[in-house]
Design a binder for this molecule. Structure first.
Ligand SMILES: [Ca+2]
Length: 498
């Protein structure tokens, strides 16, 4: 048997004592340059360039502003030396998934402008606010899910639906979005015939996957996707033939330098990485990818409209994998202290094992009627959901996987008004919490109240308690109060949700 020499043993013994390479802090600013040195006074311009410099233990600090990038972190940290990507103190960097529409706008009619745009947008923003694709009935800008407008069918079948008071335009070629049958999930169908005498809309293909999801009377629906439906401020439409984007801005003013369009793709990927922490990095029109990640942390990040699905085939979506606004698999990851608003499907989606969602506010998610839960952990083993608040989910609020825990999580449905009844489909509370048979509930609140509190509160104007992760302080906790260094401190602030 070969034995180690005395010198080998001595050298091996020294290895753990060898000094680590000193951690480096780099800076990025939208007004910087990737040709710069990346120092505080000479920051890089793009997050991706800065991320490419990072080794374990390094820190990347982002100054405020919009970064129109899809960032991929392609190196992992270690337990002893995690990689840290964080906002500069007091600043708000935003990863933006949509692209600025920079063409020359011309007036189509009235306040409707158009410009060249080559691809079908899934989302269009003006001044950072999500707009509605041209639709009927008209609806407020996406914000409060309970204000989302729809109508109720007079009748329906696998091949068509009837509504006597459709708008006085030809809807042939437009799309209908319908919460069909027992309203588990929405369906999109292009309209191939519009009978104005009867109000009958014929679908391009049947809705017949299961008998309980066949359209019928009193199914909620809206129609969208035709220029004739662009008749209100805050609406857009894209012409696939002329490749033109049409926009009526919310204030009616010209759209130059105000409009972005995109497909709600990933704006930050930590996929496959381990020991990477992201703090205070917000996003608009794009989602965070933590698939197959290990021990990564997303802390104090606020995402708006991270995912969107324009048309889909209802129940055929299941059980295919899908994306949450923050989409997590792998194990040991933590999502905390931030918010997800206006997601098309789930706000946070967990798979894998031992992942945690803590102190998150999930507001107004599920806009696309896919009925994915606001926080969906049904495929995650030993998930923990703690101190979260869920406001106005369109379908299910929470799902739980095996051996998971919900602690002090508040779930708040829309008020039980007639308008809400029309948009919730299944009644005020049905389907709100779904447990798998093996779920172990350990949830009680600190005060001994039930862990699930269904309220008919019309509106909650602020997030949950502002809490600092490290010192557990509440209120206006500042990093200085935490006694932490500026680069390693948690960002403690949350923001009001209207
Ligand atoms: Ca309209």
């Amino acid at each position: 048997m070969r034995t180690l020499s005395r010198w080998s043993i001595a050298i091996l013994a020294l290895v753990p004592l060898a000094p680590l390479a000193p951690a480096t802090t780099y800076y990025v600013s939208p007004s910087g340059s990737d040709a710069a040195s990346g120092t505080q006074s000479a920051p890089f311009a793009t997050v991706q360039f800065g991320v490419g410099k990072l080794n374990p233990g390094d820190v990347l600090i982002l100054y405020g502003g919009d970064y129109h990038e899809a960032v991929t972190v392609n190196r992992s940290g270690t337990t002893a030396a995690p990689i840290l990507i964080q906002a500069a103190l007091g600043e708000t960097p935003v990863l933006v998934g949509s692209r600025p529409v920079t063409g020359t706008w011309t007036i189509q009619a009235g306040s409707i402008y158009r410009t060249a745009w080559s691809t079908q947008p899934v989302q269009v923003f003006c001044d950072g606010r999500l707009l509605n694709e041209a639709r009927w009935p008209n609806s407020p800008l996406p914000d409060d899910l309970s204000a989302q407008a729809c109508a109720l069918t007079d009748d329906g079948s696998t091949n068509d639906m009837v509504y006597a008071n459709l708008p006085a335009v030809d809807l042939t070629g437009a799309w209908v979005q319908i919460m069909a049958g027992e309203a588990w999930v929405g369906y999109s169908r292009q309209i191939v015939a519009h009978d104005h005498a009867t109000g009958r809309l014929t679908f391009a293909s049947p809705i017949n996957q299961t008998s309980v999801l066949v359209p019928r009377r009193n199914n909620r629906f809206f129609v969208f996707g035709k220029l004739e439906l662009l008749d209100a401020p805050g609406e857009w439409w894209w012409d696939p033939v002329g490749q033109q984007l049409y926009v009526w801005t919310p204030d009616g003013a010209p759209p130059a330098n105000r409009v972005e369009a995109g497909a709600a793709d990933s704006v930050l990927s930590l996929s496959g990485r381990s020991h990477v922490t992201v703090m205070g990095l917000d996003a608009r029109g794009g989602w965070f990818n933590l698939q197959d990640s290990t021990a990564c942390v997303v802390n104090g990040c606020h995402l708006v409209a991270p995912t969107w699905i324009r048309t889909f085939d209802g129940w055929a979506l299941y059980p295919t994998p899908y994306l949450g606004g923050i989409d997590v698999s792998g194990s040991g990851n933590v999502v905390q202290g931030g918010s997800v608003r206006l997601a098309g499907r789930s706000g946070v989606h967990l798979e894998g094992s031992d992942n945690t969602v803590r102190r998150m506010t999930i507001a107004d998610c599920g806009w696309n009627w896919t009925n994915n839960a606001a926080i969906d952990t049904v495929r995650c083993i030993r998930a923990t959901v703690e101190n979260c608040t869920i406001l106005r989910a369109s379908g299910t609020g929470l799902t739980m996987g095996p051996a998971s825990r919900f602690l002090r999580t508040w779930s708040i449905r829309p008020p039980s008004t007639s308008r809400i009844a029309a948009t919730s489909g299944r009644g005020p509370w049905t389907g709100w919490v779904r447990k798998s048979p093996t779920t172990r509930f350990t949830a009680t609140t600190a005060a001994g109240a039930p862990a699930f509190i269904w309220m008919r509160a019309p509106r909650i104007s602020t997030c949950t308690t502002t809490t600092c992760t490290t010192c557990s302080g509440t209120g206006s906790t500042s990093p200085a109060r935490c006694g932490l260094s500026t680069t390693r401190s948690w960002r403690c602030s949350t923001r009001a949700l209207g």
